[in-house]
Design a protein around this ligand. Structure first.
Ligand code: FES
Length: 137
């Protein structure tokens, strides 16, 4: 398995929350994704609510979860961690966008052909060149 696509180990995935990481699509655009522990093993979803798809479920410190469901803290949608289906809320019936992962020897690899693994954590929106910290007043 290609170590460039290694996301984390199974033991890194929290029991009642999500593990956030970054991916890149074929156009070079970065996206966020989460790993979540389920009764059937590790599942992987793009980190966007299906009510408003620019809203992150995991905002950087783990998504809220209740009884095996990921909770969107914006308007209270619930998504089954294993199927990604929204069971309650404004987007009931919609499904989170899945990503293909493979577990081998306790290591989780991104095996989705449409995305490359970028790294752990959120996309850093503050990473721009407009800082004025060196400007003398
Ligand atoms: S943005 Fe997630 S429920 Fe509205």
């Amino acid at each position: 398995m290609n170590s460039d696509r290694s996301i984390a180990t199974v033991s890194d995935v929290p029991a009642e929350s999500t593990l956030l990481f970054r991916i890149e699509d074929d156009d070079g655009e970065a996206h966020e994704a989460v790993l979540v522990d389920t009764d059937d093993g590790v599942a992987c979803w793009q980190n966007y609510c299906q009510h408003f798809t620019h809203i992150a479920l995991d905002k950087g410190s783990g998504a809220a979860m209740r009884d095996g469901e990921i909770v969107c803290e914006n308007h209270g949608a619930y998504f089954e961690a294993d199927s990604g289906i929204c069971t309650y809320g404004p987007c009931e019936g919609a499904t989170l966008a899945p990503l293909e992962v493979t577990v081998e020897d306790g290591e989780i690899y991104l095996t989705d052909p449409d995305f490359e693994y970028l790294g752990p954590g959120p996309i850093d929106d503050d990473d721009d060149m407009t800082s004025t910290s060196n400007v003398k007043i």
